[in-house]
Design a protein around this ligand. Structure first.
Ligand code: ADP
Length: 527
């Protein structure tokens, strides 16, 4: 720490302030981008807070940070301050209570330092308590009314033995990913130092999986402070804006996106379903917002969740972060690519490292593309379009190919898994061409796949559902037969390609090729 940190922090705070002011001006001029400005502001606030923490720690260490206590209603002040964090709790659906016993009591406090102590303890409790949990703050005094004890209790994830050993050490590396949060590892070290500055003490009891209680005791009687630490002139002001607290209450994003976004109503068949898997909620929201005007966006915050969405949804593409809790992006890709139910799904990985090794790894496990963080959203969109265009091209080609051509493709030197699957599917329909009872279920059984796998894969590769695929092969074959033998009767042609009803066959044929089979045969014969 020390001077270098102080300087760096200041150097960083200045440009942040400039950015913040510029955003404000832009907002006034173009209020339609309110959501984007809010996101920028949220992140500015976050950086400002982290820098303030560094500065404060640095000042404490160099002895620059001095106590200055004023007189006021201690209990009222603490409950007012703690309740400023109510919105943070509400956002996380945590039951929050604040109790002071007695409700009102005069004493001497340094509101600035006390704010930070209270904020750090309560925000930690919120960070490390899952949704639906409980956080309570209880404040009491001792028999002689010359100290207070603030107890912050949660029923969250608790603290493991290893973390407990170094709990108040600086840069303690937090369990951020698991709880989807951020931190510097400075908070508790700073809190303890602030408590010690008061001549107080802090302790922690915790049980993993059960919860955590932090207790802080500080003196509040005038006698505990030196003359230079006492500010007689300015009593505690409850209406003083608590910027420290308020800034931070925005530390969690405004809203958590739902796992599933409502499907866009559109007649356009070319609306693609994309799943974004990212544990950083803000980045997830940003990608969702920016891509949702072009695609149906589904979201998940880890690999496990992603697998569930994949199971339940007809997707066209998966975009996944690599580093995530529960199941990371590499494992997710491996699972997708090795499971024949899902292997048709293209995957784009978002990797943090610009290293060839990482890149190679992503490709080896079967990712279709990767993009390096931080990336421009335009780049991501380009990759998405590439993959989707590629799929469209394959679908167009398939449509235009004869059955023979599609089969040949799969016997090329290195057919892709999709091409091999397609050949198998074509062969399968081909083998049952004249069998009018050959339907979706028989087809799936013959392919050794479930009906939904067959459906998903055919849709992804050819853009057709199972019945349309069977019909497509039948029609292509009918056309080939008509071309090779113009003497064939339409009804025979129909039976040979598995149609019981020649009239229905004619309707399908006309829809496909624009001519009745009889007209087509006539044209061929007259050539
Ligand atoms: P951070 O910025 O990481 O929150 P802190 O110094 O505030 O840094 O906390 C240090 C570590 O102590 C955290 O990373 C977390 O593992 C643990 N911790 C603190 N408070 C709690 C709590 N209420 N419940 C569970 N773990 C906690």
């Amino acid at each position: 720490m020390g001077q270098v940190y102080t300087n760096i922090s200041h150097e960083l705070l200045t440009p942040l302030t400039v950015i913040s002011a510029s955003v404000e001006r832009m907002y006034e001029q173009n209020p339609q981008f309110a959501q984007d400005y809010a996101l920028i502001n949220l992140n500015i606030d976050r950086m400002v807070h982290l820098l303030q923490e560094i500065l404060e720690t640095s000042k404490l260490q160099s002895g620059e940070l001095k106590l200055l206590v004023s007189q006021g209603d201690v209990m009222e002040y603490i409950s007012h301050t703690a309740l400023c964090l109510e919105p943070l709790m509400a956002k996380r659906k945590i039951e929050f209570s604040v109790q002071c016993q007695p409700r009102s009591m005069m004493g001497w406090i340094d509101t600035d330092k006390l704010d930070k102590i209270i904020y750090n303890l309560i925000s930690n409790a919120a960070k490390y308590t899952p949704e639906g949990g409980k956080v309570s703050v209880k404040v009491c005094t001792n028999k002689t009314y010359d100290s207070i004890t603030i107890r912050v209790e949660d029923n969250g994830i608790g603290i493991g033995d290893e973390t407990m050993k170094h709990l108040f050490q600086r840069f303690q590396d937090g369990n951020y990913r698991q709880m989807n949060t951020i931190g510097t590892g400075l908070g508790l070290a700073l809190t303890r130092d602030l408590v010690y500055l008061h001549g107080g003490n802090i302790n922690c009891r915790s049980e993993e999986g059960k919860g955590t209680t932090f207790s802080v005791t500080i003196p509040i009687n005038k006698e505990s402070f030196t003359e230079s630490q006492i500010d007689e002139a300015h009593p505690v002001d409850l209406n003083k804006p608590q910027t420290y607290i308020l800034d931070i209450s925005s530390i969690t994003p405004q809203e958590t996106p739902s796992t599933k976004v409502e499907k866009r109503e559109s007649a356009d068949e070319d609306i693609y379903n994309i799943l974004i898997v990212e544990d950083n909620i803000e980045l997830l929201m940003l990608m969702q917002t920016l891509l949702s005007n072009k695609y149906n966006i589904f979201t998940a915050t880890n690999g496990q969740e992603a697998l569930k969405v994949i199971e339940e949804t007809e997707l066209d593409l998966v975009i996944s972060d690599v580093m995530m809790p529960e199941m990371d992006g590499n494992e997710l890709t491996e699972r997708i690519k090795s499971d024949s139910n899902m292997s048709h799904l293209p995957v784009i990985l978002l990797t943090a490292k610009n290293q060839d090794e990482e890149r190679e790894k992503s490709m080896l496990i079967g990712a279709d593309d990767y993009i390096i963080k931080p990336f421009k959203l335009g780049d991501l969109d380009l990759r998405i379009r590439n993959i989707i265009e590629n799929r469209k091209r394959i679908r167009r080609e398939f449509k235009a190919q004869t059955v023979e051509e599609s089969r040949l493709k799969a016997t090329s030197s290195s057919p892709s898994a999709d091409e091999r699957f397609l050949k198998k599917a074509i062969d399968c329909v081909y083998a049952h061409l004249a069998d009018s009872d050959f339907d979706r279920d028989a087809f799936a059984a013959e392919m050794g796949a479930s009906a939904s796998t067959l459906y998903n894969k055919l849709r992804s590769i050819t853009g057709m559902n199972v019945s349309a695929f069977i019909r497509d092969i039948r029609m292509k074959e009918a056309k080939r037969l008509a071309l090779t033998d113009p003497d064939l009767r339409v009804s025979d042609l129909a039976y040979q390609v598995g149609f019981k009803d020649p009239k229905y066959f004619s309707t399908c044929f006309k829809k496909e090729f624009g001519l009745q089979p009889s007209e087509f045969i006539e044209q061929v014969a007259s050539r």
